[in-house]
Design a protein around this ligand. Structure first.
Ligand code: CDP
Length: 257
């Protein structure tokens, strides 16, 4: 079998100077940028660049459920379609959604559902389409975070935003926000998501081995990181409404009306 360049993982994930391979300290997030209202034809949308991840989320709903038999008489349903483009990863990804994409779609829906008032929308659906155009570790977290923003952009009533981030273990050390190479060559990965209206975790996955003390430290690190990502989400939403305000003022209108 041909050995692909990416099959050769580095032996060490920390540099001589104690930094990670991409220059980060242990508890540093990658650079994160978010923008809302990026897709004209969706009811709501958002875009995130999280390190080398580039992801769009579009929201439609509440709308009629197709196929009809999926509709529930007592509540609305949330459907999430997480997809990775064929060119989003080093090896060409098969275009058809695989088992991993279906599982991640389900996980993201479970993360977001607690903040929605689905009981107020019987017989309808909310649909979130997530397109990962570039992937580099942590796409489920970045996707959950950007999907929550897209829901807010669509004006869907929400109890709060949802924010997600991973912590993990590489070369025996606990770190925040694993990159793709750290995810593959590291020892543990723990993606979490927070619903802010009740400060509860709506996601806690775990892949790897850690002891009880490390697990508690993981949770503390995750809490810190989630707070930082949440601020970036809020800033992205505020920027959009500030822009609307500025436009109204420029046209001589009263933004309070
Ligand atoms: O992306 P996330 O960490 O949530 O999920 P994962 O299944 O742990 O995948 C880790 C990373 O592996 C992804 O972010 C991609 O960069 C990469 N990957 C890949 O190269 N080829 C795939 N078919 C799936 C994932």
């Amino acid at each position: 079998m041909t050995l692909l360049i990416q099959d050769k993982y580095p032996e060490k994930l920390f540099r001589e100077d104690g930094k990670r391979l991409d220059g980060r300290d242990k508890d540093d997030l990658r650079n994160i940028k978010m923008e809302v209202g990026v897709i004209k034809n969706a009811d709501g949308s958002a875009y995130i660049e999280w390190g080398n991840n580039k992801i769009f989320a579009s929201v439609y709903g509440p709308r009629e459920v197709h196929p009809h038999h999926l509709a529930k008489p007592d509540k609305g349903i949330l459907r999430v379609f997480y997809r990775m483009t064929t060119y989003s990863v080093f090896d060409r990804k098969r275009p058809a959604p695989g088992r991993r994409e279906k599982e991640i779609s389900m996980i993201i829906a479970d993360c977001l559902e607690p903040v929605l008032f689905l009981e107020l929308y019987p017989g309808t659906s909310f649909e979130i389409f997530i397109e990962v155009v570039d992937a580099d570790g942590g796409t489920r977290c970045a996707s959950t975070t950007v999907a929550a923003l897209a829901l807010a952009d669509a004006g869907v009533p929400m109890r709060s935003l949802v924010t997600s981030c991973a912590v993990g273990k590489i070369d025996g050390q606990l770190v925040t926000d694993l990159s793709g190479i750290e995810d593959k060559a590291g020892e543990a990965d723990l993606p979490v998501a927070m619903t802010w209206f009740n400060d509860e975790l709506s996601l806690l996955q775990f892949d790897g081995k850690v002891n009880k003390d490390e697990f508690n430290e993981f949770l503390e690190m995750a809490e810190e990181a989630l707070g930082q990502v949440y601020q970036i989400q809020l800033d992205a939403l505020k920027r959009k409404y500030q822009q609307i305000r500025d436009n109204v003022q420029e046209e001589g209108g009263d933004p309070e009306e």
